[in-house]
Design a protein around this ligand. Structure first.
Ligand SMILES: C[S@@+](CC[C@H](N)C(=O)[O-])C[C@H]1O[C@@H](n2cnc3c(N)ncnc32)[C@H](O)[C@@H]1O
Length: 218
């Protein structure tokens, strides 16, 4: 059974970002989102080694990266310093930390409305309770500050497909299932697509869903 052990998973990601040669080029999803949305500030949830955070920062956008892995966050900070990307900050935090909402609000409060909450390959890396935390957080922030939640994640059609990274916890989520769960938090899908060719890395041509959400009470 594919059960999630939080300590094992944290260890997995810490080791992954400490020792592996992880791609630093931005993802196809980041480029897609940058074409679609012009935010005032980007919050990258589950930012990993910062491949996409740094891409947004190089486009002169203020970026806040959040990740539970200290080695991932350390690597983001080091790279941002190397590239003199001063309008960035990286926070080591679990999505389930009840203080995270206040931490983000504190960092974004000076910006105009129009936040991009960006989260790539995070949803399938966490369990349902963490997914709920993400939607709760997104709903609170977007209701106050406006903007968009952009998600990309592996779908059930991806389960048996080739992977190039080691075996670890992956929860495959149907696109409609994610849309329905988000709706309970007043997050409404404004764009959705799924398929192959959108998140290809070597022999891993992941079957993914991409969804853009905005906040709407109706
Ligand atoms: C598959 S990686 C995606 C990294 C990056 N977004 C990308 O697309 O390359 C998933 C990331 O989520 C982080 N993560 C997993 N569970 C988390 C949690 N509960 N809270 C915060 N970050 C978490 C991991 O440390 C890892 O960096």
């Amino acid at each position: 059974m594919n059960t999630k052990n939080n300590d094992n998973e944290k260890g997995y990601w810490n080791n992954y970002y400490a020792v592996k040669d992880v791609p630093l080029l931005p993802s196809q999803f980041a480029v897609f989102v940058a074409n679609e949305i012009t935010p005032t500030v980007v919050v990258d949830i589950g930012c990993g080694n910062g491949r996409d955070s740094l891409f947004f920062a190089r486009r002169r956008l203020p970026v806040i990266g959040i990740d539970a892995s200290q080695s991932a966050v350390d690597s983001c900070i080091a790279k941002a310093m190397e590239e003199y990307l001063h309008d960035t900050s990286f926070v080591c935090s679990n999505i389930s930390d009840p203080k995270l909402n206040d931490v983000i609000i504190e960092k974004i409060k000076g910006y105009e409305r129009g936040i991009l909450l960006y989260s790539r390959f995070f949803l399938h890396a966490v369990d349902e309770s963490a997914q709920e935390k993400l939607f709760t957080l997104a709903s609170k922030i977007l209701s106050q500050y406006g903007g968009c939640l952009a998600l990309e994640f592996r779908t059930p059609e991806d389960k048996e497909r080739i992977k190039v990274t080691d075996k670890h916890y992956r929860r495959y989520i149907g696109m409609q299932e994610a849309i329905d769960s988000a709706k309970e938090h007043s997050l409404v899908a404004t764009y959705q697509v799924q398929g192959l060719g959108m998140a290809k890395y070597k022999s891993d041509d992941a079957h993914v869903a991409r969804i853009l959400f905005s906040y709407s009470e109706t």
